[in-house]
Design a protein around this ligand. Structure first.
Ligand code: F6R
Length: 603
């Protein structure tokens, strides 16, 4: 949710620290700040606003120091104020911290320390961490012991880091159910809530596990278990992503850049090792019960995949929104839970996986972020390799995840029905053609979609409708439109629309129909009947389809005539462009829409 960064180095860190913070800004952007150690004292600069605004006002990168920590906030406890912005200082000003997550017992701890004379300056749960560190240091006069004692007092989810004049050349940090990575460089060590914090400076990464803490100095690091005090040996993962992927590369927004990367990420997923896909297929085959889960777009990926899996295997696999998992899920050792997540850090999805694991279920995941908690915690992971996704909205990562699950479906289908090998090979060949069709949409339809967006941007209420897999696509299309334009968009099946929602239809209400190709006769005919029903009531209809021009639609996006199997993927790409261009017309904050954050690591 929030972004955490820290650097300890032989050289000045301030410029790198603020740059690193900017690379994390997509994790939260209501306030930010930095803390350095200079001449044996803590210096904090922070305020509300974006990093560039606060940098202009507070000159975050001016101080010269070889050690610093930084934070960009997405408010949970306490409003958006300067006092609530991180870093937070302890009462006697000897410890400064940055924190990501939620300390659930902060009220009790606050009361306890208030009785000891500690005064609090913010409304946050985070400040308690600084106070506890100081309190425990007073007892032991040992920074490491104070950290361990503090960890033992905290409940909830957290990743935090501290620096202190008591040990001025080291960063101390820890995590529990909140991400924290270490970047290892030759003359500098880094921490970050994800690898965008330091990918520009080092590609050597270590993931801290829950219950561990790390102590970093300019030469290296030590990792220990907070319960046993024992040192942990860790292998360094080398990141192959190019730092360039985290830059806009000439596009006005990351969202557009990332939509333009959709052909490439589909291609990449098609090149992933077959063994990884085969292993997931084998796990599905061996399980008695299978759930696919995720949140937001990642959940919709599972719904789209559910239709593909049904088509390829003839079987029904459950999908369940991760936050409802514990409420209705039924799992035992014969159950497999497959999570989908771009960040690999989504609280609800991790909770669902933990809940399943605790009851003996097997777990697997399709994940984009290297070093993420999910990629380590599951029994089997498919790293989709789509590169950093910086825009808060998930576009390219989602499309790649669908393709990873289609590949799994093809593998499973081939296993169940070896006699249909030729048909499955044909499906594989069709997916391999997807990048070229999406490229065609980007090259030839962007202008038309932009023109349509400029005509429809004033419509503030939308239904997104489809049938079959196109219903699943409409779920994703509606979410994308609402999160980036702030217009209301609701998705449902064409059939369901008649059972109540149709009463909303008038000339002010817009409908987007994702229309299957005519070859899918029944689906196509039924969808077009729904279009007629809306037109008969004076509704405005935008059709997304691959047929000839149809005067029934008020506006239409005519997609390339691709094989029906991959048409839903083309509709997804078109829906991403549509949301983008409406948001451009409305001058929305496209890469960082209001109230959102890239990875939601809190309940
Ligand atoms: C939508 C979006 C969110 C995420 C959701 C899950 O564009 O970005 O709905 O899809 O928060 O995030 P991950 O995939 O990181 O688990």
């Amino acid at each position: 949710m929030c972004g955490i960064s820290g650097i300890v180095s032989y050289k000045n860190v301030s410029k790198r620290l603020v740059k690193s913070l900017s690379n994390l800004e997509y994790r939260g952007y209501d306030s930010c700040g930095v803390a350095y150690l200079r001449n044996g004292q803590i210096e904090i600069r922070k305020d509300i606003g974006t990093i560039s605004e606060v940098e202009a006002r507070e000159r975050l990168s001016d101080p010269v120091s070889c050690i610093g920590i930084a934070h960009t906030r997405w408010a949970t406890h306490g409003g958006v104020t300067k006092a609530n912005a991180h870093p937070h200082l302890s009462y006697h000003q000897n410890f400064v911290i940055i924190h990501n997550g939620i300390i659930s017992n902060f009220r009790e701890l606050r009361e306890e320390l208030s009785k000891q004379g500690y005064e609090f300056k913010s409304d946050t749960d985070s400040e308690i961490v600084a106070q506890l560190l100081e309190y425990h240091y007073e007892q032991t006069k040992d920074v490491e012991q104070a950290l361990v004692d503090t960890i033992h007092r905290l409940e909830g989810s957290y990743a935090f880091a501290t620096i202190t004049p008591y040990d001025p050349e080291r960063i101390y940090c820890t995590r529990h159910e909140s991400p924290l990575l270490i970047g290892v460089g030759p003359d500098s060590q880094y921490i970050g809530s994800d690898l965008n914090a330091f990918i520009e400076y080092t590609k050597n990464l270590i993931t801290l596990s829950d219950g561990e803490y790390a102590i970093l100095d300019k030469d290296g690091y030590v990792i220990k278990n907070a319960m046993t005090g024992r040192e942990a040996q860790r292998e360094i993962t080398h990141i192959s992503w190019d730092a360039e992927i985290s830059k806009k590369g000439g596009y006005p927004h990351f969202m557009l850049k990332e939509i333009h990367e959709e052909p490439q990420v589909v291609h990449t997923v098609m090149q992933l090792e077959s063994e990884k896909i085969a292993k997931l297929a084998e796990m599905i085959n061996e399980a008695k019960r299978v759930y696919l889960t995720g949140m937001g777009t990642a959940y919709y990926v599972t719904v789209i995949a559910q239709y593909y899996l049904a088509q390829l295997t003839g079987k029904f696999y459950n999908t369940l929104c991760a936050d409802e998992f514990e409420n209705v899920g039924e799992f035992d050792e014969d159950t497999l839970v497959i999570a989908v997540s771009q960040s690999g850090e989504t609280y609800d999805t991790l909770s669902a996986l933990r809940c399943a694991k605790n009851r003996g279920a097997k777990t697997a995941a399709v994940v984009n972020m290297l070093g993420s908690t999910m990629s380590h915690d599951v029994d089997h992971v498919i790293m989709q390799g789509s590169g950093s996704e910086i825009c808060v909205l998930s576009t390219k990562a989602a499309l790649a995840q669908v393709v990873a699950l289609i590949r799994t479906g093809i593998e499973l289908g081939s296993h169940f029905s070896p006699d249909q090998a030729e048909e499955f090979d044909q499906r594989r060949r069709e997916i391999l053609q997807t990048p070229q069709y999406i490229q065609q949409i980007l090259d030839e339809l962007s202008g038309i979609i932009r023109l349509i967006a400029n005509k429809i941007y004033h419509i503030t209420n939308w239904l997104f409708l489809g049938r079959g897999i196109y219903y699943a696509v409409s779920l994703e299309g509606a979410l994308k439109l609402k999160e980036v334009t702030y217009h209301h968009a609701e998705s449902m099946t064409g059939g369901f629309m008649k059972h109540g929602t149709i009463s909303l239809i008038d000339s002010q209400m817009g409908s987007v129909f994702f229309v299957p190709p005519e070859t899918e006769k029944k689906l196509h005919t039924d969808t077009m009947s729904n279009v007629e029903e809306i037109k008969a009531r004076g509704g405005f209809v935008l059709g997304v389809h691959s047929g000839p021009f149809n005067p029934l639609f008020d506006q239409q996006i005519i997609l390339p005539d691709a094989p029906p199997f991959i048409m839903p993927l083309l509709h997804i790409a078109a829906s991403h462009l549509l949301a983008y261009f409406v948001a451009v017309k409305l001058r929305r904050n496209i890469d960082k829409p209001r109230s959102l954050a890239k990875s939601v690591t809190v309940p």
